[in-house]
Write a protein of this length. Structure first.
Lengths: 310, 188
């Protein structure tokens, strides 16, 4: 009876010995900067959190964390993961190196960065299988996020570039930004100037003061709310997409639209002239508040462009 | 006052006396009463038997502990999970190689994509340029899937990669759904 009880107790306690083993490797580095300094970080399987601070120093805290059932496997895995720091001329390059062919020997791992940078420097962040957060930066920001999400806020420079694939993105209070989005959901609000190339995505752009250069939308549903009055000359190309464009009642704009298997609809406050150009092909002239505004060229194929007044 | 049960037993004594004591038991009983040494010898033997039983219990328990903890140690350190080791480099690993459930998932998506592609090719209005516009994206997604399968070969218990691969199939189906919708609109 006694040994039966003991065996039962041992069996009950056995899973406790399976409690995950966890090992961490921490990196703390700092680099002096000038106004010309560029920071580049390339990472996979973890988060990058970046914030801007006063001063002339980049501070990077990175943690590699590996979890598994076997201490031996966890040790072997973490030894094969590393972060490489390289300082060269005006560039600080940081790269995650992962040489672990871990198979199924470990349960999970992550490589996370917390970065503090002087507000004016150029920053380029590349991350896959993890999220990126950037807040309050005055220098140019270049972001490339794949299989992860991002959130950016308060970017005041005129050159910001964001590429997002297979993830969710959120941007707010941005000065000028070029976006390239595919197979994603993207939402932006309060952007001064925006240029976009969107494929196979759902995109909502709210309170965009103006659009610049190009707006290319393919196989996507996009709604754009443009609050500014002045429309510059630009190129728009919509393929197999539904585009809703909400414009200011004071907008000064002119568009020449070539449409194939597409429709343009607009409220009566806008002046729309339509001319048939052949089978399922139409030519539109859309204008609002003055004939002197720059003319934007718009091409529509298998798409609907619908205007509304905000 | 007499007990009815006792009375009944006394009256039917013959039918209760079916077993007989072993031969000379009375003699042995008397000997034990008159010679206490004999009694204590027996007692020692019983004590020794009890001690042996306890020792056996301890040994069994210890053996069980060795087996249980040994099994846990082997599981932890030698990873007896039935997935083949992959030679890594440009090696790929697909969902179907992970488990029978994943094989079913992958098979379902592959068959769905194939069937829908065939259906779409036969739909009215399915002109080449329209099909190409969507099918070229399917090719892109297949390339992205191959990249993911290389990642999976290196780390095949990573849920982030597995989810991305499943998501890739969903994206392909979404592309085909968008094409279906497009062709239906054209045919209206």
């Amino acid at each position: 009876m006694l040994n039966t009880r003991l065996i039962a107790l041992l069996l009950a306690l056995a899973p406790l010995t399976l409690i995950a083993q966890e090992l961490k490797k921490e990196f703390n580095r700092s680099f002096a900067t000038t106004s010309e300094t560029q920071l580049m970080i390339s990472n996979s399987f973890g988060e990058i959190q970046m914030e801007s601070v006063d001063g002339n120093e980049i501070k990077i805290e990175a943690v590699i964390k590996v979890e598994g059932n076997s201490e031996k496997a966890v040790k072997e895995a973490i030894e094969k993961m590393n972060i490489v720091f390289l300082e060269e001329a005006n560039r600080v390059m940081v790269r995650t190196e992962n040489k672990c062919n871990c198979g199924n020997k470990i349960k999970e791992f992550s490589i996370d960065y917390k970065v503090q940078v002087p507000s004016g420097i150029t920053v380029s962040l590349r991350n896959s299988f993890g999220d990126v957060y950037v807040q309050g930066h005055d220098g140019p920001v270049k972001l490339d996020v794949e299989h992860g999400d991002f959130k950016i806020k308060n970017l005041s420079h005129e050159e910001n570039f964001v590429k997002l694939s297979f993830g969710d993105g959120q941007a707010s209070d941005i000065n000028r930004m070029e976006i390239r989005v595919q197979h994603s959901y993207f939402n932006a609000e309060n952007v001064e100037e925006l240029s976009a190339y969107i494929q196979f995505s759902d995109v909502e752009l709210e309170n965009i003061t103006s659009l610049y250069r190009e707006l290319r939308i393919q196989h996507s549903d996009v709604s754009i709310d443009v609050s500014g009055s002045e429309w510059g000359k630009m190129m728009m190309d919509f393929d197999f997409s539904d585009v809703d464009m909400n414009v200011s009642s004071s907008a000064r704009m002119r568009m020449e639209v070539e449409s194939s298997f597409g429709d343009v609809s607009a409220p009566s406050a806008m002046n729309v002239q339509k001319k048939e150009n052949g089978f399922n092909s139409d030519y539109y002239r859309v204008s609002m508040n003055g004939e002197s505004a720059p003319i934007s060229q718009v091409s529509i194929s298998h798409s609907d462009l619908s205007f509304s007044i905000r | 006052m007499s007990d009815p049960l006792e009375d009944f037993i006394r009256e039917n004594r013959a039918s209760f006396d079916r077993d007989y004591p072993p031969l000379n038991h009375e003699k042995r009983f008397e000997e034990r009463l008159t010679n206490p040494k004999l009694h204590s010898q027996k007692s020692d033997e019983q004590d020794s038997n009890r001690g042996y039983t306890r020792l056996k219990k301890v040994i069994y328990t210890a053996a069980a502990a060795v087996v249980v903890f040994g099994a846990v140690f082997i599981y932890q350190n030698y990873n007896l999970v039935p997935v083949q080791e992959k030679l890594v480099g440009d090696q790929t690993m697909y969902l179907e190689e992970l488990s029978s459930e994943m094989a079913q998932v992958e098979d379902y998506y592959k068959r769905t994509i194939l069937t829908r592609k065939e259906e779409l090719q036969n739909m009215p209005g399915a002109e080449d340029y329209i099909l190409k516009s969507y099918f070229s994206e399917l090719d892109e997604l297949e390339l992205a899937y191959e990249d993911l399968s290389k990642n999976l070969a290196r780390n095949y218990s990573d849920e982030r990669i597995i989810n991305a691969m499943i998501e890739n199939y969903r994206d392909r189906i979404e592309v085909l759904e968008a094409l279906t919708k497009q062709l239906q609109t054209l045919n209206e």
